[in-house]
Ligand binder design. Structure first.
Ligand code: KIV
Ligand code: ZN
Length: 382
């Protein structure tokens, strides 16, 4: 099995989201949880951006021992100096530096040329190498970059000492086949690619971050940059829980270090601390991801869970699936729930109870255990 390294950027790309800013104490709590979860690399922040972010990286570096601690920089001396300083206590450290690779970034963001950008990229990697062995280079907006130029850039930064080359789809623009082709092109055309790990960092502007990340893995990437709950700039980043559970559920020939049983609690912690609610129908960790409400589905699920679930909720740390009782539920679900509440029901009785249940469900929409007990009082008196 090929190992996929999980590079978690919840505390950097995720934390950039308006309203999601964390103080050092909060960042530390999440970093400890990420270590427990088993991520390989924690991107702890962008140290030059603020004294608070710098201090968070210092404290995370002191406390977290298993994952590599990574700090982001632009391809600038002051950024790299600051990152090196912020990582001074880290047992395992990485500087993540980079620059734009697409013509649109080169022309309009940097007002520069491909040649000058290439020089700066090489310089930044060499400079970062003075402080740490492990240097990751990001070719920003690689999703829209010309593949030939990108290949040249990747080859040169590896020559300069980059240990990981990050190919971000910064604007979430690529289709999965385009992005996969880009990774394959680099894997096949960069002479020294065996000297570095290819990483993918996909944004979700078109809802394709997970699909593109997966396509990256299938075409040669060995590191994925993800966040918990898919939190990140604009529409977010690829969600860690989705990638890991795809690999597990589809039994792909890859392995990760993630202890999937910690996924749900980590997701809840990040959502609470970052004040970012999780969409109810979010894959894997949404409130409804293991909730069943239609009668047909509930009946099938009660007969055999696998009829309607491809993931065992226990695998992500949940006790069990939820059967939601509504006016769309059938007798099987009602009987199942009543049995759980220790009521003994005959088939004749069930029909009567079911009619009353439907009337109640039409009124109140969702019938919970308290409502059911109330309803059963009526039948027990008679
Ligand atoms: O989306 C992006 O390109 C980034 C880089 C800084 C890696 O977040
Ligand atoms: Zn990003």
């Amino acid at each position: 099995m090929k190992k996929i390294f999980i590079f978690d950027t919840t505390l950097r790309d995720g934390e950039q989201v308006p309203g999601c800013q964390l103080n050092t104490q909060e960042k530390l709590i999440i970093a400890e949880k990420l270590e427990e979860l088993g991520v390989d690399i924690i991107e702890a922040g962008f140290p030059i951006s603020s004294p608070g972010d710098f201090q968070s990286i210092v404290e995370i570096s002191k406390k977290i021992k298993k994952p590599i601690i990574c700090a982001l920089t632009r391809a600038k001396k002051e950024d790299i100096d600051c990152a090196a300083e912020s990582l001074k206590f880290a047992k395992r450290k990485r500087i993540h530096t980079g620059i734009g690779a697409s013509d649109i970034h080169i022309k309009y963001k940097f007002k520069s040329t491909r040649e000058k950008i290439l020089e700066q990229a090489i310089w930044a990697v060499k400079y970062a190498k003075k402080f740490v062995n492990d240097v990751e280079f990001y070719a920003e907006d690689a999703g829209r970059a010309d593949n030939q130029f990108l290949a040249k850039m990747v080859e040169e930064v590896i020559k300069a000492g980059a240990t990981v080359v990050n190919i971000p789809d910064t604007t979430g623009y690529c289709l999965p086949n385009e992005f996969g082709h880009k990774i394959k092109y680099l894997a096949e055309n960069v002479k020294n690619i065996d000297k570095a790990i290819i990483s993918v960092h996909c944004h979700n502007d078109l809802g394709l971050a997970t699909a593109n990340t997966l396509s990256g893995i299938l075409n040669g990437a060995r590191q994925v940059e993800t966040t918990i709950n898919g939190i990140g700039e604009r529409a977010g980043n690829a969600a860690m829980e989705e990638i890991v559970m795809i690999i597990k559920t589809k039994k792909l020939n890859f392995s990760t270090n993630i202890n999937t049983k910690k996924i749900y609690q980590t997701s809840q912690l990040v959502s609470k601390m970052m004040r970012m609610p999780i969409q109810k129908n979010k894959a894997i960790v949404g409130e409804n991801a293991f909730a069943h409400s239609s009668g047909i589905h509930q009946d099938g699920l009660i007969k055999k869970r696998e009829n309607y679930e491809i993931i065992n909720p226990k695998d992500i740390g949940l006790d069990e699936s939820k059967i939601i009782l509504t006016a769309r539920s059938g007798r099987a679900a009602l009987k199942y729930r009543l049995k759980k509440l220790s009521y003994k029901i005959t088939n004749k009785n069930l029909d009567l109870i079911y009619q009353e249940f439907l009337k109640l469900a039409d009124q109140i929409k969702q019938v919970d255990d308290r409502n059911l007990r109330q309803l059963m009082l009526k039948f027990q008196k008679n």
